[in-house]
Write a protein that binds this ligand. Sequence first.
Ligand SMILES: Nc1ncnc2c1ncn2[C@@H]1O[C@H](COP(=O)(O)OS(=O)(=O)O)[C@@H](OP(=O)(O)O)[C@H]1O
Ligand SMILES: Nc1ncnc2c1ncn2[C@@H]1O[C@H](COP(=O)(O)OP(=O)(O)O)[C@@H](O)[C@H]1O
Length: 207
Amino acid sequence: MSNIVWHQHAIDQAARGAQKGQNPVLLWFTGLSGSGKSTLAGALERALFEHGFHTYLLDGDNVRHGLCKDLGFSLDDRDENLRRVGEVAKLMVDSGLVVLSAFISPTREERDRVRALFPQGQFVEVHVSTPLSVCESRDPKGLYAKARKGEISNFTGISSPYEVPVSAELTIDTSKGDLSTQVNGLLAYLKAIEVLNPARQIAGAGI
Ligand SMILES: Nc1ncnc2c1ncn2[C@@H]1O[C@H](COP(=O)(O)OS(=O)(=O)O)[C@@H](OP(=O)(O)O)[C@H]1O
Ligand SMILES: Nc1ncnc2c1ncn2[C@@H]1O[C@H](COP(=O)(O)OP(=O)(O)O)[C@@H](O)[C@H]1O
């Protein structure tokens, strides 16, 4: 990094967030394939969006169609996938957005590396803790069945590890309770940590 000097621009993250009436944050959903990451993050984004918040959802499947389409599922490729996503998320948070991400992100080291890019409180880890047996019975894309037959290698939970988070801010098991209750719990948490401007009302969320 020699000869490269950081350029501090006049408009900073605080100014961009203030213009949008929100405190920027990254909500990092982690969990097994089929645990409900995309569904939960998508429902939360919809609720926030409908109430005028400025959001963006980074989803593993989608990012792997473009930015990370050169990467597979070896541990090294997953590391690189999450390194890129972490850096992109940091830029988006810097732009003043409430950013949500839905990646398996199977190792503690990878998740902690992304966490370390942010100041305390701006990275919120949400462990979608739905048990493997439930994820496998859902199998919406038929990937578990293929993995069990050996047609997909390095499949998380079957032939590649998933390390359960030890320091997640929130844990949600989508095999229990319903989606709207889970989303309201997330909204209440965001309000408690003052991501959402307290002057705004979240209608219908009971908070
Ligand atoms: N081998 C293997 N292991 C796990 N997942 C696989 C694999 N091959 C393809 N898929 C599909 O890719 C989605 C996970 O991509 P991610 O970018 O979130 O993975 S990672 O964070 O880099 O581990 C994941 O999406 P979700 O089911 O939404 O989690 C799968 O649909
Ligand atoms: N909160 C939820 N409550 C009940 N079922 C859910 C919930 N979220 C997801 N599901 C079910 O699990 C399946 C996988 O969800 P998805 O969000 O695609 O998981 P992931 O993104 O973790 O792979 C969905 O097709 C749906 O049937």
